[in-house]
Ligand binder design. Structure first.
Ligand SMILES: NC(=O)c1ccc[n+]([C@@H]2O[C@H](COP(=O)([O-])OP(=O)(O)OC[C@H]3O[C@@H](n4cnc5c(N)ncnc54)[C@H](O)[C@@H]3O)[C@@H](O)[C@H]2O)c1
Length: 263
């Protein structure tokens, strides 16, 4: 028996990375999944790879009409709407002074407004099913601040705030809303910026954060996040709403101090 048997889900940004892995985990746990993205070719491949339990839709999360169409597809093809994973996002790395205002708006539109529109679109179909679970994928950047990512960080703190407001407002309909704060994700999202950071550091004494300082002494795997999303989507988290579930192997709790004793 799967932990998501009989559940119907939409996962945004599911053509690759965390969303793709989550779609596969959902199907393995018995869910039927609408794989949604703007990368149509990749998204179709993901859905075809999963089989009959998945269907791809083109969904630009900034577009209310495309949300309506995606929800209609879920209802017509699979019979309802139980789970929404607002996972689609974009990243830019630039100082506040150098941030292009148009790109700032774009980041907020995709990462924050997109999730808001998604919640609006699923309320009624979830009410008709007697409840549901919404998972907003934020970041550890929704818990703290860092240089170079002010636009992304603002959007993710906004998403966390949206989670809390929605959890209160939708609780009476048995719709749970939670935030996942991953401490990692797809290398594709960060690669261009990591390469630029390494170049910038070449002339300096600083280094990129050392893996040995991570409590787990390892980086994350996409499965680490997918498992947590499955839990938030499933009835195993039936009385959990409004939380920030941090999945970072303890990175935001503290760093291993080089030279200090440890067990
Ligand atoms: N990559 C990381 O290091 C990292 C760290 C913390 C949190 N996260 C978060 O994890 C989530 C998944 O990201 P990922 O790491 O898999 O990155 P990714 O870039 O591989 O995946 C993001 C997906 O969102 C899609 N997307 C972008 N704009 C869209 C739009 N307007 N409409 C629909 N889809 C759109 C992309 O096509 C892509 O498939 C995101 O919310 C991201 O912010 C990532």
């Amino acid at each position: 028996m799967g932990r998501l048997d009989g559940k119907i889900a939409i996962i945004t940004g599911a053509a690759r990375g965390t969303g793709e892995t989550t779609a596969r985990f959902f199907a393995d746990e018995g869910a039927e999944v609408v794989v949604a993205d703007i990368r149509d070719e990749l998204g179709r491949e993901v859905a075809e790879g999963i089989g009959d339990a998945a269907h791809y839709v083109h969904l630009d999360v900034r577009e209310p009409a495309e949300w309506q169409a995606a929800v209609e597809t879920a209802v017509e093809r699979f019979g309802g709407m139980d789970v929404l994973v607002n996972n689609a996002a974009i990243l830019d790395v630039a100082s506040i002074a150098d941030t292009d205002p148009a790109l700032l708006r774009e980041i907020v539109m995709v990462n924050q407004v997109g999730a808001f529109l998604g919640i609006q679109a699923v309320i009624e179909p979830m009410r008709q099913r007697g409840g549901g679970s919404i998972v907003n994928v934020a970041s550890i950047d929704a818990l703290e601040g860092s240089n170079g990512v002010a636009a992304y960080t603002s959007s993710k703190w906004g998403l966390r705030g949206l989670t809390k407001a929605a959890a209160v407002e939708l609780g009476m309909h048995a719709i749970r809303v939670n935030t996942l704060c991953p401490g990692g994700g797809s290398a594709e999202m960060t690669r261009p910026f990591v390469e630029a950071a390494i170049e910038r550091l070449q002339d300096r004494t600083e280094r990129l954060p050392d893996r040995a300082q991570h409590p787990f002494h390892r980086g994350s795997e996409l499965a680490d996040f997918a498992r947590a999303i499955v839990w938030l989507a499933s009835d195993d988290s039936s009385y959990v709403s409004g939380i920030d579930l941090t999945v970072d192997g303890g990175w935001t709790v503290g760093k291993v101090e080089p030279g200090a004793p440890f067990s």
